[in-house]
Design a protein around this ligand. Structure first.
Ligand SMILES: O=C(NC/C=C/[C@H]1O[C@@H](n2cnc3cncnc32)[C@H](O)[C@@H]1O)c1cc([N+](=O)[O-])cc(O)c1O
Ligand SMILES: [Mg+2]
Length: 214
């Protein structure tokens, strides 16, 4: 049977990237997706914005919603200080299996906890199950209609503290209008849009960075 896009992306990593070298894993995926087959990774252009926010926040605890093939997981984890933890949620088991191998190829498995399951089910259980009090940084890149309900759930579960940063991909394309409206109008957030382009294309997209004010 025909391979899947995530399987082909993993193949490109195993063929072209050096084990234990996160930068080469990132380059291999970007080269494959720009030249062979598009895939919904945050990509190199928005990835640089992601890198700058991660470096600025220098988080001890990170939550990523929507692992997909692990591209942004690798981008984030490679910048984390020692002992920092990244929990990434992915509910498609086949995709999670690919992401685990991409993360392992980059040599970052010790910094990453990939959890298989749906964000709506897991967010309420993160505190007691993973011993995390609050997240310094949350990267939202899962189904766009889940951005808002999951943000409200994180607030309700006390997973955000004064200064926690939410960084949301695709707020223009495919778009998350209800989420944008919420974080831009709520007095509990200080929000800013980083204009960019949809991965590997000239279409406008961007990241919204929202600081929780408590
Ligand atoms: O649709 C997009 N992303 C959705 C990402 C979805 C990924 O996150 C998982 N997931 C979803 N809800 C989940 C809840 N809990 C856990 N995993 C979950 C899905 O199993 C999938 O692996 C997208 C689309 C475009 N595009 O141009 O069309 C561009 C992008 O950058 C995108 O991110
Ligand atoms: Mg995305």
């Amino acid at each position: 049977t025909r391979s899947t896009r995530p399987q082909r992306l993993l193949g490109a990593v195993q063929k072209n990237a050096t084990r234990g070298d996160p930068g080469s894993v990132i380059q291999a995926i970007d080269h494959y997706c720009r030249n062979k087959e598009w895939a919904m990774n945050v990509g190199d252009e928005k990835g640089c914005i992601l890198d700058s926010v991660v470096s600025e926040v220098n988080p001890a605890t990170v939550l990523e919603l929507g692992t997909y093939c692990g591209y942004s997981t690798v981008r984030i984890a490679r910048l984390l200080p020692p002992h920092a933890k990244l929990i990434t949620l992915e509910f498609n088991p086949a995709v999670a299996a690919i992401a685990r191998q991409v993360i392992a190829w980059a040599g970052l498995e010790d910094k990453v906890q990939l959890v298989e399951g749906a964000s709506g089910d897991f967010i309420p259980r993160i505190k007691e199950q993973f011993g995390v009090k609050t997240f310094d940084l949350v990267f939202l890149d899962h189904w766009k209609e889940y951005y808002l309900p999951d943000t409200k759930l994180m607030e309700e579960c006390g997973l955000l503290r004064k200064g926690s940063v939410l960084l949301a991909d695709n707020v223009v394309c495919p778009g998350a209008p209800d989420y944008l409206e919420y974080v831009r109008s709520s007095p509990r957030y200080e929000s800013r849009y980083f204009k960019s382009h949809l991965e590997y294309t000239k279409v406008e997209d961007g990241l919204e960075k929202s600081v929780f004010l408590g």
